[in-house]
Design a protein around this ligand. Structure first.
Ligand code: PNS
Length: 163
């Protein structure tokens, strides 16, 4: 398909949460293909390695046939060009996310005018959820049911309880 609409959903995914999954599933229903792009920039100190984050996303999205996961480094717009995407998808949990996301969307549009950012409001039940909240709960062996996909729960607890 030549005019396939490819969307990139970028983030740290450290680790993937149910909030991320909600955005991925909804974007997959709208665009022909969704590429989940895992940031692997050395200045961001991630808890999980890029390989681990990609692997967790691959497990969680195995049923979504038009979704693939890849790591990227450097500028997001370079990656967007490389994969032939025309859309960046971002989830918004609350107005507090908006300012930074708005700025990034404008900067990305300036660097790559052919690419637009589409914002999806996350479900209200996920508005409190973040990877850092998940890491905090996992560190103390708390229950992650409904916060991270079932497929990755054990891996997240396992890694964080050893830190
Ligand atoms: O999950 P996060 O940490 O909020 O994701 C942020 C991300 C990866 C989308 C953003 O940091 C990013 O796009 N980084 C790549 C570097 C880049 O392109 N910066 C210019 C946009 S401001």
């Amino acid at each position: 398909m030549n005019n396939m609409k490819i969307a990139v959903y970028p983030g740290s995914f450290d680790p993937v949460t149910c909030g991320h999954m909600d955005v991925i599933e909804r974007a997959a229903g709208v665009f022909d293909k969704v590429i989940v792009a895992v940031l692997n920039n050395s200045e961001k100190n991630a808890t999980f390695s890029a390989d681990e984050r990609v692997e967790m996303l691959e497990r969680a999205t195995v049923e979504l046939k038009n979704v693939e996961t890849r790591a990227f480094s450097g500028l997001l717009v370079e990656f967007v060009r490389e994969v032939g995407a025309s859309v960046i998808v971002k989830g918004l949990r609350a107005m507090t996310d908006f300012e930074q996301e708005f700025q990034q969307a404008h900067i990305n549009k300036r660097m790559e005018p052919t690419c637009d950012t589409f914002f999806l409001p996350t479900k209200q039940m996920h508005s409190f959820l973040s990877s850092s909240v998940v890491r905090e709960i996992a560190r103390y062996n708390g229950d992650l049911t409904g916060l991270v996909p079932d497929e990755v729960q054990e891996k997240v607890i396992d890694k964080l309880s050893k830190i």
